[in-house]
Design a protein around this ligand. Structure first.
Ligand SMILES: CC(C)(COP(=O)(O)OP(=O)(O)OC[C@H]1O[C@@H](n2cnc3c(N)ncnc32)[C@H](O)[C@@H]1OP(=O)(O)O)[C@@H](O)C(=O)NCCC(=O)NCCS
Length: 326
């Protein structure tokens, strides 16, 4: 049987870079606090008029080019995002039209930061049923539209970015998706949420704008993030037939440098085996994993023979991990 493989990746982010020093000018924060507590130095933030598809399309085109696949050959587009261009149609359908992926089916996954990795899990299952499919998995967010720039406890953490991967089946290809595992706990949903835009708070003339902002209990999230990323990573590794000791590279969710360092400690990996770009992007939610994967591929971080662990956590609460043989 052919392996499920990653055929190509891509990523894109707004040109506009906002540094911690820029944030110092609009809220009561400091570069020192943000760097010490999060590891973030700057993030990409859209300018007025820019939207999800402006970044999802180039990221997808890069992934298609790297895979050597035409958009017209795509059978399925899975888009992990909470911030598509429109509530309807789905982000995947908008991207489908812009790419000219006429025969594809488009669907969105709402799993917050875990959206891309949930998408990989779905793609893997589709491909096990129909190995001839070509699937585009997109993950990313224009999360800045949901940030309260007066709330220093959340606004400093996030940024906008989108990544994409084309997944298919091949023999003898060095990017085998060996296992993807997922999990969620809706009972913990209120630890990280956006109240508005759903049916619980229909938009009225005097709509409270505060409803559309990300709300978070940071300390609680911190604990659940580590616990659940370790649990789901162990589950994915067991399914792939590996122990954590055999993992040679880790590409973790980029939410907080301290979370990344604690994960590295739990997995007993030196930091040079752990991919980090949080300093330049902040947390781009569903964008962190595909953007990091794309950058890891285009740097010298990944080497043939690597056993790569992707691990992520987000609102829902949701979590997911994937194991790739490079
Ligand atoms: C949000 C987070 C960085 C806060 O770090 P922390 O060490 O827990 O800090 P606390 O929330 O305890 O706040 C400590 C102090 O810093 C202050 N503070 C919070 N944000 C600040 C900022 N941007 N600048 C300056 N001070 C800030 C707080 O008001 C508090 O002040 P006080 O002691 O006078 O009350 C951290 O909890 C975190 O990253 N959690 C996980 C969040 C996450 O990953 N979310 C996305 C998941 S997908």
């Amino acid at each position: 049987m052919k392996d499920v493989v990653i055929l190509g990746t891509g990523s894109s982010a707004p040109d506009n870079v906002v540094t911690n020093f820029d944030l110092e000018k609009i809220m009561d924060t400091s570069d020192e606090w943000i760097v010490q507590r999060t590891g973030i130095k700057s993030r990409h933030i859209v300018k007025p008029g820019e939207k999800f598809s402006d970044f999802a399309v180039p990221a997808s085109q890069q992934a298609l080019a790297a895979a050597g696949i035409e958009a017209a050959d795509l059978d399925l587009i899975i888009c992990g995002t909470m911030t598509p261009d429109y509530l309807m149609p789905a982000g995947a359908c908008t991207v489908q039209a812009l790419l000219g992926a006429k025969k594809a089916t488009g669907m969105d996954i709402c799993a917050a930061c875990s959206g891309f990795t949930y998408g990989l899990a779905i793609a893997e299952k589709y491909l096990k049923c129909d190995p001839d499919m070509h699937i585009l998995v997109i993950g990313g967010e224009i999360i800045s539209h949901h940030l309260d720039w007066e709330d220093r406890t959340t606004a400093v953490l996030f940024g906008d970015a989108v990544g994409a991967a084309v997944v298919g089946t091949r023999e003898n290809h060095g990017a085998k998706l060996k296992a993807v595992e997922t999990g969620s706990d809706g009972n913990l949903g209120r630890l990280l949420y956006i109240e508005g835009m759903g049916s619980a708070t229909p938009v009225t003339k005097d709509y409270d704008i505060d409803n559309v902002y990300v709300k978070m209990q940071g300390r609680e999230i911190f604990k659940h993030a580590i616990r659940n990323m370790v649990e789901v990573s162990n589950r994915a590794l067991a399914k792939a037939g590996y122990t954590v000791d055999q993992v040679t590279k880790v590409i973790p969710h980029q939410a907080n440098m301290r979370i990344i360092e604690m994960l590295a400690k739990q997995f007993k990996k030196p930091m040079d085996k752990v991919f980090v770009n949080i300093d330049r992007y902040g947390n781009s939610s569903a964008g962190t994993i595909p953007v990091a994967l794309n950058e890891a591929i285009h740097s010298d971080f990944l080497e043939p023979g690597d056993v790569v662990l992707l691990t992520v956590f987000g609102g829902g609460l949701t979590w997911a991990a994937a194991v790739i043989e490079w």
